[in-house]
Design a protein around this ligand. Structure first.
Ligand code: MSP
Length: 512
């Protein structure tokens, strides 16, 4: 039986077009999914859009269209094209305005109500529309500039709004002990460690019940037993993970795909590691496997965001460096789980040193030498033992890094092969060996080792740079699709055919 791997991105608010913070998240999740597919796991990657709530309703109004028109437009013109642009191989795309989602949300709510976890009550809270979240005093900071003298949301730097309503509540407060037990019994449920500690601390302080409906606006899913209320946007959104997988309507599919792994930004880890598992417990569902909270892309030391005008669109980068370099950079330059500053200089430097001079140069040199010295035929000799051991080690390291979500370490392990091969060529000097007939066999071994190494690196890099890896693979004479190879056995591949040609993979980029 193959292992099951269901992995999700958050569903994105469509109040605006995507920026590289969203792309970061999508690429990381896609790399994990592609890696698992290449292990042979029964893999399912889900992404989508979060379309209800006040934030989107207001944006639509400000643009003079209905919320549905607005979300349709943004999904079709911005969010789906972004997945294509970045070569994301998601298996499904859910919109919270999909009928299948609305049906599932209503079923879930009815079940929770029947189980006694929902009640009607009075409420007053401090709401941040940017976060679509009720804030506690700890989440607020003194405003500056035009908001001087007011308390503002620490994330959006904008004033909160007071919400005074009679709403439906979810008895979140009853789940504190069970959540703490979950974090203890499954220490890898929330990762990385600092996010786990923060979540644990938050729950330890005691949980309040959660207002899960609103009745002062109507852009949302109607509460099934009281149509004057719409479901709170986060309660609605979290359910996408199961409504996309057949919850309540297709038990077989649901069992096959659920539970899954959530890759989210640390700003929304609490929703995924506190509210969401409590909702699953209340409904008697299997709890998600892991919640991984990655860091933020920072620009000028702050979380990059459109609302603060620090947003960079992926296209600005891919147009210059290409999609694979984009994917590579964000998979390797920042330790997954930590914050990282984005800079054009760093991107440019890594592109040239690691990709153009490292990988691209290695491939073109080796292919050219096999043509020149061996008429394009890969010498049928085993790779040098030292390099074979290094490749086996790199494959093992990369594969286990994926299990701890250390995507950057997996890339590092693959690139260690490239780096070593470049050093190996300098040491072995095949162009000198080629001048000496008595070194024919040695020359063959050196070239075969390089071809073997490039093939292995191509397999390991396929989840990160699918198109480049395919080109490398074809160049060293690999058959079929590189993505069809068994990633855990990448080092066992051995070139025996002919090399072809390698197109320029990473052209030099002149400074503007
Ligand atoms: N709609 C909610 C998620 C609901 S999931 C049931 C949401 N959407 S969002 O569009 O605001 O954010 C989506 C993801 O993008 C989040 O994981 C968030 O952390 C991530 N990022 C947004 N800006 C980011 C950076 N500057 N850096 C890294 N990730 C960032 O929240």
């Amino acid at each position: 039986m193959p292992e099951r791997f269901t992995v999700t991105t958050p569903i994105y608010y469509v109040n605006d077009v995507p920026h590289i913070g969203h792309a970061y998240n999508e690429v990381a999740t896609d790399v994990l999914a592609r890696w698992h597919r290449m292990r042979g796991d029964d893999t399912w990657m889900l992404t989508g859009t979060d379309e209800h709530g006040q934030k989107i309703m207001r944006t639509a109004a400000a643009n003079g269209v209905s919320p549905q028109e607005w979300t349709d437009r943004l999904v079709e013109t911005a969010w789906k094209p972004q997945l294509e642009l970045l070569n994301i191989a998601n298996d499904d795309f859910i919109r919270t305005t999909d009928e299948r989602h609305k049906v599932g949300v209503r079923i879930f709510l009815e079940r929770l109500k029947e189980a006694g976890y929902i009640y009607h009550g009075e409420f007053e809270g401090q709401y941040c529309v940017g976060c679509e979240e009720y804030k506690t005093a700890n989440d607020l900071v003194p405003g500056t500039g035009e908001y001087e003298g007011q308390l503002v949301c620490a994330i959006h730097s904008r004033p909160i709004e007071i919400v005074r309503e009679a709403n439906y509540f979810f008895k979140l407060s009853e789940f504190g002990d069970r959540l703490l037990a979950l974090y203890d019994e499954r220490p890898d449920f929330v990762q990385p460690e600092h996010v786990r500690n923060e979540v644990r601390q938050f729950v330890k302080q005691g949980l309040n019940d959660l207002s899960i409906s609103r009745n002062t606006f109507d852009w949302g899913i109607k509460v099934p037993w009281d149509e004057t209320h719409v479901v709170y946007v986060w309660f609605d959104a979290l359910l996408n993970y199961i409504t996309a997988n057949g919850y309540g309507v297709d038990e077989e599919r649901f069992e096959r795909r659920w539970p899954g792994v959530h890759i989210v930004g640390k700003d929304i880890a609490r929703f995924h590691a506190v509210i969401w598992p409590a909702m699953q417990m209340a409904a008697g569902l299997p709890i998600s496997e892991h919640v991984f909270g990655h860091g933020w892309l920072l620009v000028g030391g702050e979380k990059m965001s459109k609302s603060k005008a620090t947003g960079i669109e992926p296209r600005q980068i891919t147009e210059v460096f290409g999609v694979d370099a984009f994917r590579y950079y964000f998979s390797s330059a920042i330790a997954f789980g930590s914050d990282g500053s984005f800079s054009w200089e760093d991107l440019d430097a890594r592109y040239h040193s690691e990709l153009a001079n490292g990988l691209g140069n290695l491939a073109s040199r080796v292919i050219a030498m096999v043509h020149k010295y061996c008429d394009g035929v890969v010498p049928d000799v085993a790779a040098d033992a030292e390099l074979q051991a290094l490749m086996a080690d790199a494959v093992g390291r990369a594969d286990s890094a994926i299990d701890t979500f250390a995507i950057h370490d997996a890339v590092d392990a693959a690139m260690a092969i490239v780096e070593r091969l470049n050093g190996y060529i300098t040491e072995q000097q095949p162009w000198v060996l080629a001048k000496d007939e008595s070194q024919r066999e040695r020359l063959g071994a050196v070239l075969a080792t390089n071809v073997h190494g490039i093939g292995t690196a191509a397999i390991l890099l396929a989840p990160v740079m699918p198109e480049t890896a395919q080109k490398l693979w074809a160049a060293v004479g690999g058959e079929g699709e590189v993505s069809a190879q068994q990633i855990r056995r990448a080092h066992e591949w051995r070139g025996t055919g002919r090399v072809t040609t390698v197109p320029p993979l990473f052209p030099r980029i002149e400074q503007a």
